[in-house]
Unconditional design. Structure first.
Length: 172
């Protein structure tokens, strides 16, 4: 609704467009144009909108978006600034600092970068096998580089550092 207001749509104008069939109300405060097909990533986009303007799809949901894992999370994972940590049904909220370089757009969705995603899932305890597989796939598909992952490992430390180093030493 806030974005619609900034674009010049009042509540009554939104209601008019919904009743005329131009807009479809997806859920409270979220609308879409009916004449365009729904995005196959609608669930992620809706979760991102519900979480707030400064949030980004992250963790297992980002792995799934990048097609780096077979993990199918039960909820959409979104990282938001610490000040936005209210609970939202159907969304697994993670709070933390998101730097500008930590977020990108992929398939129309605001999402954490591949490197940030790997750090997040390593830090939160995703199985070693799945983290290592995600790292290897990201490298094979050119979604990241060895040097970016090495920098990530040094910055993060702990389990992330150990898993990234293990993956890098196992691949040429």
């Amino acid at each position: 609704m806030h974005e619609a207001g900034r674009a010049g749509y009042s509540r009554s104008l939104l209601a008019h467009h919904v009743s005329s069939g131009l807009f479809e109300r997806v859920e409270r405060g979220i609308y879409r144009l009916r004449r365009f097909p729904e995005s196959p990533r609608a669930d992620l986009i809706i979760a991102e909108l519900r979480a707030g303007a400064k949030g980004a799809v992250s963790h297992e949901s980002a792995l799934e978006l990048y097609d780096l894992s077979d993990v199918l999370p039960a909820e959409v994972h979104v990282t938001v600034p610490r000040t936005a940590s209210r609970r939202r049904h159907g969304i697994s909220l993670h709070t933390g600092r998101l730097e500008r370089d930590d977020v990108t757009t992929w398939d129309g969705v605001s999402v954490t970068t591949v490197e940030r995603t790997i750090a997040d899932v390593a830090r939160t305890g995703l199985s070693e096998e799945l983290v290592l597989s995600a790292i290897n796939q990201a490298l094979e598909r050119g979604l990241t580089t060895r040097s970016r992952l090495a920098c990530l490992a040094e910055r993060q430390g702990g389990r992330t550092k150990r898993l990234v180093r293990r993956a890098l030493s196992a691949t040429p």
